[in-house]
Design a protein around this ligand. Structure first.
Ligand code: NAD
Length: 260
């Protein structure tokens, strides 16, 4: 099971979990596309990863909720490398508010990045995957694809939605050799999570330590954060699995926070 010379597009991969997945894929010899909001950050990540890995990376500027930018970015990949084997729709944000205080504009922004982003990138990749007769689509879900938490109405709604979209892609894509799966991580210490600690402490009226130990890790079996490397390993499994037996699934990697 390896990704040598496979063209893998990862959204939101200039930092955090997406960057870790890019690193894992490149170590395996993949040709990786770092797609992120800012070209300079994406280019820096691509250059650094290419210098270290077996494979290589290019950078693409892409706001995943902008159809024109998504289509232009995917065209650039196909013009450069001729195909797309793996899509990891990973770009995401977090916004926390109580429901009664949730600004509608922020609700729409979050849903657009997570759900429109997954839809638009999938839609743009599918014709190339169908033409090749193969492809792996991976969505970055969350334990919040299966569980709910206070303050996270938009995020929980979006992450549950990704399960449905992945199942439809599995059914429509099967005849064309395309599979779709969802990774559901527990809390991983990235900028997205660091930002939430003081915000949740304020909204819930508790200390930052309590946010970490009770809210974030309280339900895990060992009070440990999931790591970027843990998530990247699952992303590697879904991308490199040799057949399409593994489709329409979601895999929770969360130190036992959620068990199914
Ligand atoms: P992060 O903030 O560290 O990185 C997110 C990346 O996405 C950044 O590089 C950012 O520039 C990019 N991005 C944001 N909006 C974008 C847009 N519109 N178009 C393109 N790129 C955009 O976050 P992270 O923790 O690495 O999260 C990555 C994914 O993992 C998200 O979907 C998140 O919901 C999911 N996730 C994170 C955790 C966690 O605990 N960190 C847990 C479960 C799931």
């Amino acid at each position: 099971m390896n990704l040598k010379d496979k063209v893998c597009l990862i959204t939101g991969s200039a930092s955090g979990i997406g960057h870790g997945i890019a690193k894992r894929y490149i170590a395996d010899g993949a040709l990786v596309v770092i797609a992120d909001l800012k070209l300079d950050a994406a280019q820096k990540a691509a250059d650094e990863l290419t210098a270290k890995g077996l494979g290589k990376a290019i950078a693409v500027e892409m706001n995943v909720s902008d159809e024109e930018q998504v289509n232009a970015g995917i065209k650039k990949v196909v013009d450069t490398w001729g195909r797309i084997d793996v899509l990891v729709s990973n770009a995401g944000i977090q916004i926390v508010h109580k429901l009664e205080d949730f600004p509608f504009s922020e609700w729409k922004k979050l849903l657009s990045i997570h759900l429109d982003g997954a839809f638009l990138t999938t839609k743009a990749c599918l014709p190339h995957m169908y033409q090749a007769g193969s492809g792996a689509i991976i969505f970055m879900g969350s334990v919040h694809s299966k569980e709910a938490s206070p303050l996270k109405s938009a995020y929980v709604t979006a992450k549950h939605g990704l399960l449905g979209l992945a199942r439809v892609i599995s059914k429509e894509g099967a005849a064309h050799g395309v599979r779709a799966n969802v990774i559901c991580p527990g809390f991983v210490k990235t900028p997205l999570v660091e930002k939430q600690i003081p915000e949740q402490a304020k909204d819930l009226g508790i200390s930052e330590e309590e946010v970490v130990n009770k809210v974030m890790l309280g339900e895990t079996v060992d009070q440990e954060f999931t790591t970027i490397e843990d998530v990247a390993e699952v992303a590697h499994l879904f991308a490199a699995f040799p057949t399409n037996a593994l489709t329409g699934q979601s895999l929770v990697v969360s130190h036992g926070w959620y068990m199914n």
